[in-house]
Write a protein that binds this ligand. Structure first.
Ligand SMILES: [Zn+2]
Length: 279
């Protein structure tokens, strides 16, 4: 063996001894150091969690808005086959369904509502998930039919959104009559008969409906709320019992979607009218 090789072997042995010593030292983590690390992680988590839940809610709102835009495409297809008119209702179980909540969607577990294939937008969108709001957590009270819509209205009835079908009177042949531009909603109307499509509602969620000015109504919350709320009482929902902001996406007749906060906006807005007083 040459001298050079012998020296190299000694150096390698020395290196090995040093690195073993270092490993032993770093394994001896003190309890104080561990507690400091845990505290720092806890502080970071506390700082980041609210931001995380805000961004999760933003993602839900983005998906919800994109749902409504897909549904809008369905409305346009429907109109191209129906003389340019919005859907007005359909017959099922010996009655006319005004399709306020049954304009499209899937079959849910509640069999007391019209099956998906009869709903007006079904031929254009099918049993689409676009009808389910990602923030839909159902309602937490028994409704007039004695059921709780859980775990979501979408699961129960295959549709999270309301359609501004309006209040109207059917003629004998099942066609709505007395179609008043401002007060009767969209049933049977032609798209081009709407004078201000940028402020006229097409689809919305429950918080918007809660400000309807002609009937007491249960209030539910989805977006930006911890859980669905229950509030009843004529003529308005009781704000003292409200458990969250009333935020609803609104799809307008011109196809644009915005989220509006209706909290504290009692009486300012009815979904059957043009949106002229809400911000
Ligand atoms: Zn939504």
């Amino acid at each position: 063996m040459t001298t050079t090789l012998r020296v190299a072997a000694i150096v390698t042995k020395a290196n090995f001894r040093v690195s073993r010593q270092m490993k032993l030292q770093s394994a001896a983590f003190s309890l104080v150091e561990l507690l400091v690390v845990i505290a720092v992680v806890a502080i970071l988590a506390a700082l980041l969690l609210p931001a995380l839940s805000r961004s999760r809610e933003k993602a839900k709102e983005a998906r919800c808005a994109s749902n409504l835009k897909q549904i809008y495409a369905g409305f346009l297809l429907y109109q191209s086959d129906n003389d340019g008119r919005f859907s007005a209702g359909f017959r099922w179980n010996n009655q006319i369904w005004e399709n306020a909540y049954f304009v499209g969607g899937k079959d849910g577990w509640d069999t007391n509502v019209p099956p998906a294939k009869l709903r007006p937008l079904f031929p254009y969108l099918g049993a689409s998930d676009a009808f389910g709001c990602p923030a839909d957590v159902g309602v937490d009270f028994t409704n007039k039919d004695g059921i709780v819509l859980a775990p979501s209205v979408f699961a129960a009835r295959g549709l999270s959104y309301g359609y501004n079908v309006g209040i109207f009177v059917y003629s004998k042949v099942g066609v709505p009559e007395s179609l008043n531009e401002r007060y009767s909603g969209l049933a049977g109307k032609k798209m081009d008969s709407i004078k201000s499509p940028a402020t006229y509602l097409l689809m919305y969620e429950a918080p918007a409906l809660s400000n309807d000015d002609d009937q007491p109504i249960e209030v539910v919350y989805w977006h930006r709320a911890r859980k669905p709320g229950t509030a009843k009482g004529p003529p308005w929902a009781d704000p003292d019992k409200d458990r969250g902001p009333r935020v609803s996406p609104i799809l307008f007749v011109d196809g644009h979607v915005i989220f509006l906060d209706f909290t504290g906006g009692r009486g300012r807005f009815s979904p059957h009218n043009e949106l002229t007083t809400a911000q």
